[in-house]
Write a new protein. Structure first.
Length: 310
């Protein structure tokens, strides 16, 4: 792993910790927004390109939205190799369902960042939303990219399904905030903790929130009631990786998702959706986590199982 410093690649761990040894996720670098009102980035067919990893839960969100919102014909995709080693994310189509860089033929994702800004200092993450017209990165923050995919292209596709409806936004934001800190990022806080206290704080917060979600789902089909919203679609990618990776690799082993009556039923219902199932790649997920994190798994031994999510 590594990062760009003043446009130059520097190898080394990008896993940062605070003074107490807790994992500290770094902010994203590009934060523009596609909109009819934006002077530069307007919704147009075949103008934008996604760089993703099938392994990454943050990138998985964008792939799900791309399918749900009928954007596959309008937004093209390149998929990095699941191994993220000293050179960072790279392109190598020798691994099943990984691709070349369709736009520039680059060998590494960092070159995409360097093309957007030759002097940038940043971690090199997925997803990346690229603008083919201006040859730059629009955004690399998944939560903002899915908001664009949710509404910015509606006139183009005729798909007006809304996963961030006005009447549920306050509830969605409350859920997003809790789930992000305790679950989405909580599994990483558990796995990358540098001491026992930081680990236990993270894992206890994680399972406390999973218990809360289990209670919500006792009387609700989805997190905000009877319809799928952004809150569900931000949670699901983490749950899909939980039992096959996070339980073992990140020591999130107080319970499995399959041990929760409501959460397991909830996850199964989402996995049965083609938009979810067809964007979930177990081989990429297992290979990435167990092979890439040398500090956690120095011999890069990939477990034989489980072979299925449930």
């Amino acid at each position: 792993m590594g990062m760009l410093i003043s446009g130059e690649w520097s190898e080394g761990s990008i896993v940062k910790s605070d003074k107490k040894g807790a994992y500290d996720r770094q902010p994203r670098s590009f934060r523009d927004f596609i909109s009819e009102n934006d002077p530069v980035f307007k919704p147009e067919p075949n103008r934008y390109h996604l760089y993703v990893s099938y392994a990454c839960p943050w990138a998985h969100r964008t792939l799900i939205y791309r399918k749900l919102k009928n954007l596959e014909e309008h937004i093209s995709v390149s998929v990095v190799h699941p191994d993220m080693l000293g050179g960072g994310w790279h392109f190598d189509n020798s691994f099943p369902e990984s691709t070349e860089d369709h736009l520039f033929g680059f060998s590494h994702l960092r070159e995409v960042y360097q093309k957007a800004d030759p002097n940038i200092t940043t971690s090199v993450t997925v997803p990346v939303l690229w603008d083919k017209k201006t040859n730059t990165i629009v955004n690399n923050e998944s939560s903002e990219i899915i908001r664009m995919l949710n509404s910015s292209f509606n006139a183009l596709t005729g798909n007006h399904d809304d996963y961030y409806p006005e009447n549920k936004r306050e509830q969605i934001e409350i859920l997003n905030e809790k789930i992000y800190h305790s679950v989405n990022n909580g599994v990483y806080k558990s796995g990358f903790a540098k001491n026992q206290e930081a680990y236990e704080n993270a894992v206890n917060s994680l399972f406390s929130t999973l218990d809360e979600i289990e209670n919500i789902l006792e009387n609700n089909q989805f997190l905000t009631g009877d319809m799928i919203t952004e809150a569900d679609l931000r949670l699901i990618p983490t749950l899909l990786r939980f039992d096959i990776v996070y339980v073992t690799h990140f020591k999130c082993n107080k319970k499995r998702i399959k041990d929760y009556k409501n959460l397991s039923k909830y996850l199964q219902s989402f996995y049965n959706l083609p938009e979810i199932k067809n964007t979930t790649n177990l081989k990429h997920i297992k290979r990435h986590y167990y092979y890439s994190h040398e500090s956690i798994n120095p011999y890069r031994i990939i477990p034989v199982g489980p072979d299925e999510i449930f």
